[in-house]
Design a protein around this ligand. Structure first.
Ligand code: ARG
Length: 464
C-alpha cells in the first residue's frame, strides 16, 4: 500500500511480507465486472439522492464504464499494492477522472461492497452452472429414447438384482441433476438481497435509497439487517454445499462409466475424443475424463470444508478471514462447470452395447424376484415364496444352471403350485413390463418420463 493510502491514521507503509500475505487482488480480480456494476448503481443512487452532484456522478459513471471495458478486454494490470479489486478499481477511477473519484465511496464500505459483489457474482455463476446442468440433461434426454430397448441388470450392492432399461437408468441420473439444479436455485433465491447501505456494519448516516440500488442491481430487495448483511457468508456455504452434492452426483455417474468401460462389464465404449491411451500399453483406452470427474469431487467438497472452517465461530460482523471465501468458491464453480461440460461431451459420444448388457442378464438370477412374485400371485405368502425361490437359486448355483433351465418337475419338487406359465414370467422384458407403476421401468412409463423431461427442458429452452 502506498504511503498514507489509509489516511492520516498511518505513519508507515504496510510491511512487505504483510502486504503479500494480505493482498487479494490476485484472485478477487474476478469480481472486477460486478464491482464496477455495483459502483455504478451506488453512485447513480447517490446522485439521485443529491448526495453527489450530477456532474461528479456522470464523470464517475463514465470512468467506471471505461474501466469495465478495460477489465472485459483484459487490459487492466492489477496492482497487489492496492490490496484488493475494490481499491484497484477506485484508485484507477481517481487516476482517470481526478478528485471526483473520491466521492464514489460515500456511504459505503468495502464490507457491504464485497458482500454485494460476491452475491452478484455467485448469482450469475449459479445461472451458468444451471445452464450447464441443462446441457447435460439435454444430452441424457436426447439419448434416452434410443436406450429404451437396452436391457441390462439393475444392481444393488453392485450385485445383479433385477432387469432394467438403460433409459430408466439414464433418467435416474437426470433426476439427480435436476435436484442439484433446484438446490442451486434455492440458494440463489435466498441470497437475492442487496447489502449496499449496510456500510461497514451499522448502516450510514447518508440518506441512501437502498431500494434503488437493490433494483438497479437486480436484487429482489435490500437486506434487512446491516450486521447480518456484511457478517455472514452462509449464501456461499449453501451454494458450495449444493455444488458439492452436484459433484458427488457427477462422481457417481462417472464411476458407472468407468465400471461399464471395463472389459468385465463392457457395457459402454467411450468415444476416442474422451478417452486416452497409455504411454506403455498399446492396447489401452482409458476412461480418464470420467475418472477425473470422479477425482475432482474431492476439490469441490474440500472447498466446502474450507469455507465451513473459515466461518466457524467468527464473531459478527465482518472479519478479514472472510476474504478467504473467494478461492474455494471460484474453484468449486470452475471444477463443477468443467466436469459438467466434460460429462456432457463424454455421454454424447458414448456407445452403449445392448448385446453385452443383455448377456449380463443371463447370469446372476435377476429373474429370482419374478419366481417369488409368481408364487405370491398364486396365493403363497410372499415370505414363503421368497424362501422357496432362494432354495431354487441355491440348487441352480450348485448345478451351475439358470432358473429357466429347471424342469417343471424340479420346480414342483420345490413347490406344488408351479406350472409352465412360470417360464414366460422369467423373460427380462416381461419382468420389466410388469413393473408398470408410476416411476417404474416399464416401456410406457419410461416413455411417459421421457416426454415429461422433453416438455420440461423445452420450456427452459433446452434442445431435446
Ligand atoms: N478484500 C476484502 C474482502 O474480500 C474486502 C473487504 C475489506 N474490508 C476491510 N475492512 N478490510 O473481504
Amino acid at each position: 500500500m502506498s504511503d498514507k493510502a489509509w489516511g492520516g491514521r498511518f505513519d508507515t507503509d504496510l510491511d512487505a511480507v504483510a502486504a503479500r500475505f494480505s493482498e487479494s487482488v490476485s484472485f478477487d480480480q474476478r469480481l472486477g465486472a460486478v464491482d464496477v456494476r455495483g459502483s455504478i448503481a451506488h453512485v447513480s443512487m447517490l446522485a439521485a439522492r443529491g448526495i453527489v452532484s450530477r456532474q461528479d456522478a456522470a464523470a464517475i459513471v463514465a470512468g467506471l464504464e471505461q474501466i469495465g471495458e478495460e477489465i472485459a478486454r483484459g487490459e487492466v494490470t492489477w496492482d497487489p499494492a492496492l490490496e484488493d479489486v475494490h481499491m484497484n478499481v477506485e484508485t484507477r477511477l481517481s487516476q482517470r477522472i481526478g478528485a471526483a473519484g473520491g466521492r464514489l465511496h460515500t456511504g459505503r464500505s468495502r464490507n457491504d461492497q464485497v458482500a454485494t459483489d460476491m452475491r452478484l457474482w455467485t448469482k450469475e455463476a449459479i445461472e451458468g452452472t444451471c445452464a450447464r446442468i441443462d446441457r447435460l440433461l439435454g444430452v441424457l434426454v436426447r439419448r434416452a429414447p434410443g436406450l429404451v430397448d437396452h436391457l441390462l441388470p439393475g444392481y444393488t450392492h453392485l450385485q445383479r438384482a433385477q432387469p432394467m432399461r438403460l433409459a430408466h437408468h439414464v433418467l435416474a441420473w437426470a433426476e439427480m441433476l435436476e435436484r442439484d439444479r433446484g438446490r442451486l436455485g434455492d440458494a440463489r433465491a435466498r441470497m437475492d438481497e442487496c447489502p449496499l447501505g449496510a456500510a461497514a456494519l451499522g448502516g450510514t448516516t447518508f440518506d441512501l435509497d437502498r431500494d434503488m440500488t437493490a433494483r438497479a442491481l437486480g436484487f429482489a430487495r435490500p437486506s434487512a439487517n446491516s450486521l447480518d448483511a456484511v457478517g455472514d457468508r452462509d449464501f456461499l456455504l449453501e451454494t458450495v454445499a449444493a455444488l458439492s452434492i452436484t459433484a458427488i452426483h457427477l462422481s457417481r455417474i462417472a464411476e458407472e462409466l468407468v465400471l461399464w468401460s471395463t472389459q468385465e462389464f463392457a457395457f459402454v465404449e467411450m468415444s476416442d475424443a474422451f478417452t486416452t491411451g497409455s504411454s506403455i500399453m498399446p492396447q489401452k483406452k482409458n476412461p480418464d475424463m470420467a475418472e477425473l470427474v470422479r477425482g475432482k469431487t474431492g476439490r469441490v467438497v474440500g472447498s466446502l470444508v474450507n469455507l465451513m472452517m473459515l466461518m466457524k465461530a467468527l464473531p459478527l460482523a465482518y472479519n478479514r478471514d472472510m476474504q478467504e471465501d473467494k478461492p474455494p468458491v471460484f474453484d468449486a464453480f470452475d471444477t463443477v462447470d468443467a466436469s459438467l461440460d466434460v460429462l456432457a461431451g463424454a455421454l454424447e459420444g458414448a456407445r452403449f452395447d445392448a448385446a453385452r448388457m443383455r448377456e449380463a442378464l443371463e447370469r446372476g438370477f435377476v429373474d429370482a424376484t419374478e419366481v417369488a412374485d409368481w408364487l405370491a400371485d398364486r396365493g403363497v405368502p410372499f415370505r414363503e415364496a421368497h424362501h422357496v425361490t432362494g432354495a431354487l437359486v441355491r440348487r441352480c448355483v450348485a448345478e451351475q444352471k439358470t432358473l429357466s433351465a429347471l424342469t417343471l418337475e424340479e420346480l414342483r419338487e420345490a413347490h406344488p403350485s408351479f406350472d409352465e406359465t412360470l417360464y414366460a414370467a422369467l423373460d427380462p422384458e416381461t419382468a420389466i413390463e410388469r413393473r408398470r407403476l408410476f416411476g417404474g421401468p416399464a416401456r410406457a412409463r419410461v416413455h411417459e418420463q421421457i416426454e415429461a423431461w422433453q416438455a420440461r427442458l423445452r420450456a427452459r429452452g433446452v434442445e431435446v
